[in-house]
Design a protein around this ligand. Sequence first.
Ligand code: MSP
Length: 656
Amino acid sequence: MDKKTFYVTTPIYYPSDKLHIGHSYCTVAADTLAKYKRLRGYDVRFMTGSDEHGQKIERIATSLGITPKEYVDKVVAGIKDLWASLDITYDKFIRTTDEDHVAAVQKIFKTLYDKGDIYKSEYEGWYCTPCESFFTEHQLVDGKCPDCGRDVERVKEESYFFRLSKYQDRLIKYIEDHPEFIQPPSRQTEMIANFLKPGLEDLCVSRTSFSWGIPVTFDPKHVIYVWVDALSNYITALGYGSDNDELFKKYWPADVHIVGKEIVRFHSIIWPAMLMALDLPLPKQIFGHGWLVIDGGKMSKSKGNVVDPKVLIDRYGLDAVRYFLLREIAFGQDGNFTNEALIQRINSDLANDLGNLVSRTVGMIDKYFGGQLPAEHAETEFDADLKSVAADTIVKFEECMDKMLFSDALSALWVLIRRTNKYIDETQPWVLAKNEEDMPKLAGALYNVAESIRIVSIMLQPFMPKCPKAIHKQLNIEGTDLTDWENIRIWGLLPKDLKVEKGPALFPRIDMKKELVELEAAIKAAQAENLANKAKHEAEEEKEEEKASEITIDDFDKVHLVTGEVIASESVKGSKKLLKNTVKVGNEVRTILSGIAKYYTPEEMVGKKVVIVENLAPRKMMGEMSCGMILCAADKDGNLSLITDDKQFESGCDVR
Ligand code: MSP
């Protein structure tokens, strides 16, 4: 029989920043779910990737003096490296610069255009480049981006639009009919109240003012809006729109898109509307997790408060970092990251509860039985309760994992771990060991503890890549089917004459006081390095922005400069600054007011061959209409000197 499929995705990451522990949170959660589903026998497809197009990336690359492709290639290698060090077991890493993705997105755009769901118009409004989001005037908060609080830019350009408004009612109905679609429920309420009910506007889906994007095939000066490009990855990565869509047929619709709360809007409104327009089924669920915050604020590179996951992995190991992320913060809510909380969790949950349980059990089997239990066991009065807590834990754990309640799943598991430690205290092996006739009881008790550890280790597997394997090694069951989920409910599968192998401590205890100082210093050092890079980057970006204010030859062509001859000049009544000049430009005569009375008398002006801006809109000054502008050089003190025609040509010559 074919296995049931399970398709889970993370967002695809912008390769604009060095990824921090906040970014890792989402990917670790998705990876844990993927590993869990694999253990439960599903045919899992787990996808992540990089979102490489858009104005933000183009600007960064230009500021670094390299092409966007060169830039993204470099950063994406770093992202993959981080995922490797966190043991992220994705099945495919999609890059939006992949050729097949590009072609498929172009097809999607064309299909929507042919259907009439995309049309050409003009966009005028605001754009937040870091968020790659459009905003109307009234959506801004104090003139800044409502999502990230940074400056927005005015955009006015020809654009294609997607008829998002057309899908508003269908979307509301779909969301209301499918309460599991947007999770947790608070995010669904937010989407309906804040975005859907106030009314959807059509979405601008192409840009012409930069070029780093996927070109619209039938109008190549437009590049496709980066969110349309990015969201499509969830299906293009399965071959949708290519010659081979086997994977798409097998895995779509996705079981869950796991995303951060600030991008739920794109995933639960724009993406489903696009899918509706393409006549494709919608993903079964969008799960919007919360943020890892530091001192109440989002961890972000611009604030300089990011924690580099590699620093933590180097100090405490991968398992501890993954465990902390998913245990400390309830998935769906924001959670504060503190160094104390991390070390506290490592010491109490991992070193004390779990590590200690394993080491004392193996230690006692070693001490009392030379490393191998005798086959003859006797029961104790505490066995039944231990077995029943184990059975209950498995049920609770599965329920929580199916709802992505990772923290609750772990806390259920720790009930069993603590119960097992308590069982050791109740059975008191060190007392049993004193009497020869209690040997079967001692063997039975230690066997039960080992069996409980085996069950615990099976549940730990999705969360921790290393520790369960180390436990299996100590219990001598590495690579056997005793570590499979099917065997989790059967108590007593370990061989009665279990042979154990002592191993190093799973999680060494940390000296909190000393470590806090050292950890703080290590995090600060990494942040300082980040900030130095950021400052360098910003200086380069600033230079780029200055360059961006340069004008093109086409812009320059818009200004018509011609020579003119001043044939009369007089003071302007009531003004000390202005002279009213009558200027002959070819066959035409015009009046031009100039603020040069301090530097030239009317008499000096007459006969001067000057340069004027011919096509400046006329304006009134001191009751007089002025048509054009006479150009002057200004020195550093603001003194003016007329620009004149050296060879004294006839007036009316082009100046260029
Ligand atoms: N490229 C878009 C996603 C496109 S998906 C079609 C994007 N990229 S991102 O790199 O900015 O963010 C990727 C994910 O990291 C998001 O889900 C975001 O919420 C998450 N996080 C970034 N900082 C975070 C925290 N401090 N805490 C938790 N998650 C955070 O958005």
